[in-house]
Design a protein around this ligand. Structure first.
Ligand SMILES: [Zn+2]
Length: 287
């Protein structure tokens, strides 16, 4: 794949870098070919294997004359694709300082980093920003979104973009206008959560059990696999804002892994509307 690395030099904003790279690629009709892209940009090898102790690694020097990317596929090939894009981000964002003599070594937690405080955190957050903008640009992503938020969209997005469900949900929370949050749990305990713009602080913390009065608790306890409808829930179960209207939907997968999507209605007129205000919520957005 013929790509021009010079054209990408001196771009330090990860989203602009991804946009410029897409301009070189032209229209992409299937999943973004991340390995071919890396190999077209002075990465000499991409090794995908069951590695121990790290999620991704970029072997390179400070001036990035070339690089080798290692990506862990222990959590699936789709996660590995994101990892490759993340490491390519470290490679192309030339202000990123190598974390060891051999380059960059990134953990699972780094792949979720969104904070921009300390330099090391900011570098990880920027590599993630680049990765998602490259693998799921809005032009390819938004067309798979239904009128209303729905976890079913994630299945379409996974297939279309060859991206993990987790990455698709994170992107969905970010791209949609509605105030959304997502909570990943395992065996009824919260593993981690994210919330989009405008969504209130979440009351439950990591390792807390799912709130007993939530729909999520109910379906996870029953072990019913599949996707529930969006139902109104107790705002006090999830937030410190008992007065808001809150809706929740849960997908229960294998081994009691689950993800719950929360949708807050913060509109001032919400209080004035009767219970039929959002009648379409229980219905599938499309088939
Ligand atoms: Zn990293």
């Amino acid at each position: 794949m013929a790509l021009d690395r010079i054209d990408l030099a001196d771009i330090h904003a990860p989203d602009r870098l991804a946009t410029r790279l897409h301009a070189q690629l032209g229209p992409v009709t299937s999943a973004v070919p991340i390995v071919e892209i890396a190999l077209g940009l002075d990465i000499s090898d991409v090794r995908i294997d069951n590695f121990d102790g790290f999620e991704g690694m970029l072997l390179t020097d400070r001036v990035r004359s070339d690089g080798v990317i290692l990506a862990n596929c222990r959590h699936g090939d789709q996660r590995a694709r994101f990892t490759i894009a993340h490491e390519l981000g470290h490679f192309l964002l030339e202000r990123h300082e190598v974390s060891s003599e051999t380059g960059f070594r990134c953990t699972t937690r780094d792949m979720r980093e969104t904070r921009e405080g300390r330099r090391e955190l900011r570098q990880e957050a920027e590599a993630n920003r680049f990765a998602i903008e490259l693998l799921a640009p809005s032009s390819m992503f938004d067309r798979h979104l239904s009128c209303d938020p729905h976890l079913r969209d994630v299945q379409h997005l996974r297939r279309a973009l060859d991206l993990s469900g987790e990455a698709c949900i994170r992107r969905m929370v970010e791209r949609r206008d509605e105030p959304l949050a997502a909570i990943w749990s395992h065996e009824g305990r919260i593993r981690y959560s994210i919330r989009g713009d405008g969504f209130p602080h979440l009351a439950p913390k990591k390792n807390d059990p799912l709130p007993k009065i939530s729909q999520a608790f109910d379906v996870v306890s029953k072990g019913v696999r599949g996707i529930t409808t969006f139902r109104e829930t107790h705002a006090a179960a999830w937030t410190h804002r008992p007065e808001i209207e809150l809706f929740e939907q849960t997908r229960v997968g294998r081994d009691r892994h689950a993800v719950t999507l929360l949708w807050a209605d913060l509109s001032p007129e919400a209080d004035d509307e009767d219970d039929g205000a959002l009648p379409e919520l229980g219905e599938p957005g499309f088939r």
